[in-house]
Design a protein around this ligand. Structure first.
Ligand code: SF4
Length: 704
């Protein structure tokens, strides 16, 4: 292909969606920098983004050609695309004939482009006839999706990043943007530096880097979030810090919430959350007095058996204050992946249809079926990410096609995953990297094109759609995901519906399907994105400028048009304390790694920051266990155990230990497979797994 001298694209890591510029000099050398014109990052990049070109150009770990495993214990051997795709098509046909379409599942990724997501959704829901497609966004975002729907009426993040610079009080709950969304956090820090009256409150069981620079760190006991937010809500009501006009005219549920909060108080929260009362009083006053409250949250709230409830309790604060739909205020969930939003938009999840249509609504199903030219869509609900693994283990799901995600490390309770994969009739892994641990379970491997090797669009956390052009050819026989799926569809006999000329045709088809919905992007096209760089949805007409902020008229997307306040009961702990497992294990991320390190783990400079997995522990707890800094500890939970080096820090609460989630088993004594310890428990509404909580025992490693 002809290679342009420079392109503008988007970072393929986190949901901030920073703009990137790549230039080619006369000798053909490429350089990468932040795009100064992109509104998300204004030229800045974090450490991960800065090394992306190295990741893209280093092909040492790339999968170069399709491979098959003739039988389960055989090594993967090279094949060609025809043989690989024909084999999958024949196996799918046989399984569907014997067991029906619900015996097939697709597990996809928030790193796919919107066009890829859309084609996968159309293939699975429209043509294979099952809703068994789910994204790894289930593991990070689905509680926030449900939280938005239950309060605002739709999965509609109301704010834009520019609201940071208008906010007066920022409450970060269960997130560490200093490390996980660094460019947004730099904007917060710059805003605070320029405006010393702006308050930053961080709620986190750990003293993270975000917490360390906050005005106030509420270091709550893990799992007590709702106690805290209910107490703050009660304080706002009792101290007259609520907007009664807004509540009366634009919400429902206020009375029920007041009744529910009768026993909530800061004193009780101080006791149950294990936070000083004066800190809670200070936080409540800052929130109460603030003319512009912005709340940001991520996995700390979402990855819980009470994930949706956590969201509802936090969003209550913004609604009580009537602070939504105007500059500098509102609830804002931070997405972990670059296109988690795009997957939600196209309906690439077990419980969704394209353009936020409702899977349970027969009219919506009929509308989508007619658009795709199929007789109907299944009325049976699909299996979510963890449910697909359960179904594989029980033999109800026979085949799974995994695209761009690495469940062999990222799903909870890895022992269960191994049992499930061992029982599957067919595991297809569509991947870019030989580093993906899931390859060990693959019967068929399909080499995919990576960032810069394909074109399409992504939507970041603030609903901003950006176009990503193709700059490089994929190595070997690797192909863009979208064309792999279209080729497969042709082999299944559905070529008429998947014979696109290029990606823009796919985008235009999807954009037409959004017409008249709350996320209408029928005014967006590749031409516009190439010219204007990015547009925020909704954008229903070619001359529409896009929508930075939602709900500016305070009319919400619920049937009544009112936002819903929710009484949120305190949940029981996911697992009661026990002498056998005296510690609470929580999990999280480190600054320079991303997901399971298939990309960031290739970069020596990024590995320097945290060279191996570690267990963070309070020195007093460690001493009581007979452990010292750097000692090897055996961490045992109900579902498995691992061996890892101890890192002592007085900033973690006693009784709580922390493991980062990025590593696999690097060595016998450096096992970062944190999910061997995390039981598979899910939120009952969002069905998001609780990846941040397990009870464990920690002991010095005793060699046999
Ligand atoms: Fe990429 Fe996120 Fe860093 Fe921006 S903040 S450069 S999107 S990883």
């Amino acid at each position: 292909m002809a290679t342009p001298a420079s392109i503008k694209t988007t970072c393929c890591y986190c949901g901030v969606g920073c703009g990137i510029e790549i230039r080619r000099d006369r000798q053909g050398h490429l350089t990468l920098s932040g795009d100064p014109d992109h509104p998300a990052n204004r030229g800045q990049l974090c450490s991960k983004g800065r090394y992306l070109l190295q990741v893209a150009l280093d092909h040492d770990d790339r999968l170069l050609y399709p491979m098959v495993r003739p039988h389960r214990n055989a090594p993967l051997t090279r094949t060609n695309w025809d043989a690989a795709l024909d084999h999958i098509a024949a196996t799918f046909r046989r399984i569907i004939e014997r067991h029906g379409p619900d015996a097939i599942g697709f597990y996809v990724s928030g790193q796919l482009l919107t066009e890829e997501y859309y084609v996968a959704t159309k293939l699975v829901k429209g043509f294979l006839g099952t809703h068994n497609i789910d994204s790894n966004s289930r593991l990070c975002m689905s509680s926030a999706v449900a939280g938005y729907k239950l309060t605002l009426g739709d999965d509609a993040p109301p704010i834009c990043y520019d609201d940071i610079e208008h906010s007066q009080c920022i409450l970060i709950a269960g997130a560490n943007p200093a490390w996980c969304h660094p460019i947004l956090f730099r904007r917060i820090e710059a805003h605070r530096a320029a405006n010393p009256d702006v308050r930053l409150i961080v709620v986190d069981p750990r003293r993270t880097q975000s917490a360390a620079v906050a005005d106030l760190h509420l270091q709550i006991r893990p799992g007590t979030d709702i106690v805290l937010y209910n107490a703050l809500a009660a304080y706002l009501i009792h101290h007259g810090y609520v907007d009664f006009d807004f509540i009366t005219n634009h919400t429902e549920g206020f009375e029920a919430l007041c009744n529910h909060l009768k026993n909530a108080s800061l004193e009780r929260a101080a006791r149950l959350c294990d936070v000083p009362l004066e800190d809670l009083q200070q936080a409540a006053e800052w929130i109460g007095q603030s003319p512009a409250l912005l709340t940001l949250w991520a996995m700390g709230l979402n990855q819980s058996t009470a994930g949706v409830a956590n969201n509802l309790a936090l969003i209550n604060l913004s609604l009580l204050k009537g602070q939504i739909g105007r500059p500098g205020m509102g609830p804002f969930s931070l997405t972990g992946q670059p296109n988690a939003m795009g997957g939600r938009e196209v309906g690439a999840m077990a419980n969704l249809l394209p353009a936020h249509r409702d899977l349970n609504n027969p009219d919506h199903r009929a509308e989508v079926a007619a658009f795709w030219g199929v007789p109907s869509l299944s009325d049976r609900p699909g299996l979510t990410a963890t449910e697909m693994i359960d179904a594989l283990e029980k033999g109800r799901l026979k085949a799974i096609w995994i695209i761009g995600t690495n469940p062999a490390l990222s799903q909870p309770e890895l022992a269960r995953l191994e049992r499930a994969f061992a029982r599957a009739e067919l595991v297809v892994v569509q991947e870019i990297s030989t580093r993906a641990a899931t390859l060990q379970w693959a019967d068929v491997v399909l080499p995919a094109a990576s960032w810069l090797e394909k074109q399409g669009t992504m939507t970041n956390s603030e609903r901003r759609i950006t176009y990503l052009p193709r700059l490089l050819d994929p190595p070997g026989e690797a192909r863009p995901d979208v064309w792999i799926l279209c080729d497969f569809a042709r082999r299944m006999g559905w070529g008429h519906a998947f014979s696109y000329q290029d990606e823009s045709e796919i985008f235009n088809e999807y954009a037409r399907l959004t017409r008249g919905t709350p996320i209408d992007i029928s005014g967006v096209s590749y031409e516009r994105l190439q010219r204007e760089r990015s547009i925020q949805w909704p954008c229903p007409a070619p001359d529409h400028p896009g929508t930075p902020r939602l709900f500016t008229n305070h009319r919400f997307l619920t049937p009544s048009g009112r936002a819903r306040l929710h009484p949120v009961p305190e949940p029981a702990p996911p697992e009661p304390p026990s002498p056998e497992f005296p510690f609470i294990l929580t999990t999280g991320r480190v600054r320079d790694q991303w997901h399971t390190r298939t990309k960031t783990g290739k970069v020596a400079r990024l590995n320097q920051h945290a060279p191996e997995p570690f267990l963070e522990m309070h020195p007093d707890d460690a001493a009581a266990c007979g452990l010292s800094e750097g000692a090897l500890a055996e961490v045992t939970g109900r579902t498995g155990k691992l061996t890892v080096r101890v890192h002592l820090t007085p900033t973690i609460k006693r009784g709580v230990v922390f493991l980062p989630m990025h590593w696999g088993q690097e060595a016998e004594t450096a096992d970062g497979r944190v999910n061997v310890l995390i039981p598979c428990r899910i939120d009952p509404i969002s069905r998001q797994p609780a990846l941040k909580f397990a009870r464990v025992q920690v002991a010095p490693l005793r060699r046999q």
